[in-house]
Design a protein around this ligand. Structure first.
Ligand SMILES: [Zn+2]
Length: 154
C-alpha cells in the first residue's frame, strides 16, 4: 500500500492537471473532465478539485491521466485564463512574470489566456507560418505542473 501511495504521489504531484477517463461512482464527473490534483490520501486515492466543482477522489480502480494532447491543453489553458492573476501573472507559455495588469499583455491566439508580449509576437509569427508553432503541451503552464510545479495560478 505504501508503495502505491509513493508511486501515486510521484506520478500525480499536487498541482498537476489531470483528465478523468473512468470513475466507478454514479456521481462521477463526465469522462474528459479536467481537474487539479490536491494530494494523495492515506489509501492511495488521488484527491482532485474537478473543474466542474466535484471533489470526488480517484481511487486505485479509477482511471485518470495527465494532460497529453493539444485539445486537453486548451481546456487547461482556458482554465488558467479564468484563474489568471489580475496583475503580475505568469505567462503560461514561457513562464516569465508579466509585470503590471494582465490584460495589458497579449491575448493568446490558442486559448482564452493572456501571454507575455514576446510570446504574443511569437504566436503571430507562428500563425502566419513564419515559424513553427510551439506545441501546447510544451507550454510552461502544462509542463511544469505535471512534474510537481503547482497549480500554476501565478
Ligand atoms: Zn511568455
Amino acid at each position: 500500500m505504501n508503495e502505491l501511495i509513493d508511486t501515486r504521489k510521484r506520478d500525480y504531484p499536487a498541482g498537476c492537471r489531470v483528465v478523468l477517463d473512468l470513475m466507478d461512482d454514479k456521481y462521477a464527473p463526465p469522462q474528459g473532465t479536467q481537474g487539479t490534483v490536491t494530494g494523495v490520501d492515506a489509501r492511495g486515492s488521488i484527491m482532485v478539485d474537478w473543474d466542474n466543482g466535484s471533489g470526488l477522489n480517484a481511487t486505485d480502480i479509477d482511471r485518470v491521466y495527465k494532460i497529453s494532447t493539444a485539445d486537453e491543453a486548451v481546456i487547461t489553458l482556458n482554465w488558467y485564463g479564468v484563474h489568471q492573476r489580475e496583475t503580475d501573472s505568469r505567462c503560461p507559455r514561457c513562464g516569465e512574470i508579466m509585470l503590471g495588469p494582465t490584460t495589458r499583455h497579449a491575448l493568446s491566439r490558442y486559448a482564452q489566456v493572456y501571454v507575455c508580449d514576446r510570446c504574443g509576437m511569437e504566436e503571430s509569427l507562428e500563425k502566419t507560418g513564419i515559424t513553427e508553432a510551439k506545441p501546447l503541451t510544451e507550454w510552461c503552464a502544462i509542463k511544469i505542473p505535471s512534474v510537481g510545479g503547482g497549480a500554476w495560478r501565478r
